[in-house]
Design a protein around this ligand. Structure first.
Ligand code: ADP
Length: 650
């Protein structure tokens, strides 16, 4: 069943070439008990690794059950390793922190997709360890550990058992026990090949092969070659959906265990993702909150509102010399009101910055001069006090209504109505408090002082023009005609030359304003979210870093898993599941933290926030993706390791 022809294997150690096998030809039949002896360095282990499919020859042929090994794929090799061959190492190679029965059951994870601890216990009983099943390797003696390793090699009922100096690290009594077990297995029909230094062990074998300098020196006691058995087809592991799910659950369990073994490291990588996700959730909530605030405000205004502003193009050159200006005036206001059909109400607006003081308090804010219609058109009927009258406007009365932010800054909790404040050093009487409007994006709409438009123009800002004009149409149907008529009126009143007409005036309705505001708040939230996404990226790199360390640290474990039959895909899955567990845990915690942060922001800082299911989903999907993307590289590296090199890794 084992046929080697002219097998060569050379290792490169820096500059020098070590020729471990130099033309080995060997045939071993079913049921033989073979001992391989020879001085250290003669190539015994190399030969065993090749027979055990843990390593490949440089040249020559190796046929197992009549099939040429060199032509098999990585997956076919894995299936043979776990089904046909049991390998016992001198160093046992048990997984630490894992009970004996689970160690024994490990190959079943790959052959059957699940741990069958009952089967493992049965095999443990066969090697006399029934009462040690739940002990961990560090609670067992050397001989017991080796018996666990033998049980592991037997769990898949292999036809060949390979043991590389299995008693090399053991005392005489244990050595004897192991030997008896191996002899018993051979009597049951298993082909046993053992590498040994001990003369006593070698004597027990029916066939003895002696090696020296990479070649076979003597070979005595070979049994008569029997008819070669029919090659047994290598079968793929059952990949029905249920087996897949079980496999995944098992990988997850292992992932959790590996993560729990390195708590601080795991915690740190979870933290990276957590902060990123929390930032994404909070930023999106802020953006969404701002948008909702805008919507709420706009919906409180009449939908028939139009806003007229001078256009962005300055009328210059010849036109300017002819005395043309697109600036709006108070006469324009009257003209629109009187001559444009379908207009309900018109209100001029001027604005500027001003310093307001009360007692020893000082505050810089926005001053807006408006007409009396403003209160109704802009939903600004005062909460306390009253609005100013047309009479007061005409008299340029020094009366003011103030927003809540100004009230808070100047008066604290006190009622400001009736008090006298100074605006740019001019005394004003506070006659009312404006209703709360909240923030639009980052602009605080309550940080404002409203005064009569004439007072603002003549006393405060020194302007002889108005900045923009609010126009209320009678109904939504006439909006368009009002819009056109107003523009025409302005163009003719200001004698705008035809070439500049298109951009001379800008007249927008609420829908336009709404979409413009939403656009800017969307841009802002996108900006915030991308900054948050960068922190998520950094978290992902942190995970990759930690997984790479973990792959390096667990190289020997990976080698062992491959030696007992794990396919590259199994190793890949195992590491991927680990990174995903980390990133998803971080993601979930991040969502909670982000949510909490938005609650704090809105209750303490008074910002508008809104956590939407969409943003939570997005953050979660993003964190899971980070786990996959940054996990793939380390996982692939682990999966690509050669079993024997991985096992030898220090
Ligand atoms: P034995 O088992 O008889 O002691 P080995 O098969 O382990 O001998 O080694 C044969 C030779 O090959 C030794 O000189 C050893 O140093 C060398 N060798 C084995 N494995 C490697 C390796 N991975 N890299 C470099 N040299 C190796």
């Amino acid at each position: 069943m084992i046929e080697l022809r002219d097998v060569y294997k050379t290792y490169r150690m820096g500059e020098t070439l070590v020729r471990a096998l130099r033309g080995v030809s060997l045939t071993i039949g079913r049921g033989e008990f073979v001992a391989i002896t020879g001085p250290s360095g003669s190539g015994k282990s190399t030969l065993m690794h090749i027979i055990g499919l843990l390593d490949v020859p440089d040249s020559g042929s190796y046929r197992l059950h009549g099939r040429e090994v060199a032509r098999m794929t990585e997956n076919e090799l894995a299936i043979l390793r776990r089904g046909e061959i049991g390998f016992v190492f001198q160093q046992f190679h048990l997984l630490a922190r894992t009970a004996a029965d689970e160690n024994v059951a490990l190959p079943l994870l790959y052959s059957r997709g699940r741990y069958d601890l009952a089967a493992a216990r049965e095999v443990l009983a066969r090697v006399g360890l029934a009462d040690r099943a739940s002990h961990r390797p560090n609670e067992l003696s050397g001989g017991q550990q080796q018996r666990v390793a033998i049980a592991r090699a037997l769990i898949n009922r292999p036809s060949i058992l390979l043991a590389d100096e299995p008693t090399g690290n053991l005392d005489t009594a244990s050595q004897h026990e192991i030997l008896e077990i191996l002899k018993g297995l051979n009597r049951d029909g298993i082909t046993v090949i053992i590498v040994t230094h001990e003369e006593e062990v070698a004597r027990e074998a029916a066939r003895r092969i002696q090696m020296r300098d990479g070649v076979i020196q003597s070979d005595v006691g070979a049994s008569k070659p029997r008819a070669a058995a029919a090659p047994e087809p290598a079968t793929e592991v059952a990949s029905e959906p249920r087996a897949r799910v079980r496999e995944l659950i098992e990988h997850m369990r292992q992932g959790f265990r590996a993560l729990a073994a390195n708590k601080i490291r795991t915690l740190l990588s979870v933290l990276g993702i957590l902060i990123g996700v929390a930032a994404v959730v909070a930023m999106l909530a802020l953006g969404r909150g701002a948008q909702q605030a805008i919507e709420k405000q706009l919906s409180s205004l009449g939908s028939n509102l139009l806003v007229l502003r001078p256009g962005s193009v300055r009328v210059g050159g010849v036109a300017q010399q002819a005395g043309v200006t697109t600036r709006l005036t108070l006469e324009d206001v009257t003209e629109i009101k009187e001559h444009v059909p379908g207009v309900n109400e018109v209100s001029p607006n001027v604005s500027g910055r001003a310093q307001v003081t009360f007692a020893n308090k000082n505050w810089n804010t926005q001053v807006v001069g408006v007409g009396t219609a403003y209160a109704r058109m802009r939903a600004s009927e005062p909460q306390i006090g009253r609005f100013f009258t047309e009479e007061e406007n005409r008299q340029r009365a020094r009366v003011a209504l103030i927003g809540l932010t100004v009230v808070r800054e100047l008066f604290g909790g006190q009622n400001p109505v009736g008090e006298t404040i100074k605006v740019n050093k001019i005394s004003f009487q506070v006659i009312g408090v404006l209703p709360e409007k909240g923030a639009t994006g980052f602009r605080d709409q309550d940080d404002v002082v409203v005064v009569p438009v004439l007072t603002a123009m003549r006393r405060l800002l020194g302007k002889d023009y108005v900045d923009y004009i609010d126009i209320e149409a009678e109904s939504p149907q006439v909006m368009e005609t009002v819009q056109n008529a107003t523009t025409d009126l302005m163009l003719s009143r200001h004698r705008v030359p035809p070439a500049q007409r298109r951009d001379a005036y800008q007249i927008r309705n609420l829908a336009d304003i709404q979409s413009a505001l939403e656009e800017s708040s969307r841009t802002m939230s996108l900006l915030l979210a991308s900054i948050a996404a960068i922190s998520l990226l950094v978290g992902g790199i942190g995970i990759m870093n930690i997984m790479l360390v973990s792959v390096t640290e667990r190289t020997r474990e990976i080698g062992l898993r491959k030696a007992v039959g794990a396919r590259p895909r199994d190793i890949l899955n195992q590491f991927l599941v680990e990174t995903i567990v980390v990133s998803v845990t971080g993601g979930l915690a991040g969502i909670v933290l982000g949510w909490g942060a938005t609650l704090v922001l809105s209750s303490v800082a008074g910002w508008n926030t809104a956590v939407t299911p969409g943003s939570v989903l997005l953050a979660f999907a993003f964190s899971a993706m980070v786990g996959v993307i940054f996990g793939i590289y380390p996982a692939r590296r682990a999966a690509a390791l050669n079993p024997i090199q991985a096992l030898r890794y220090e």
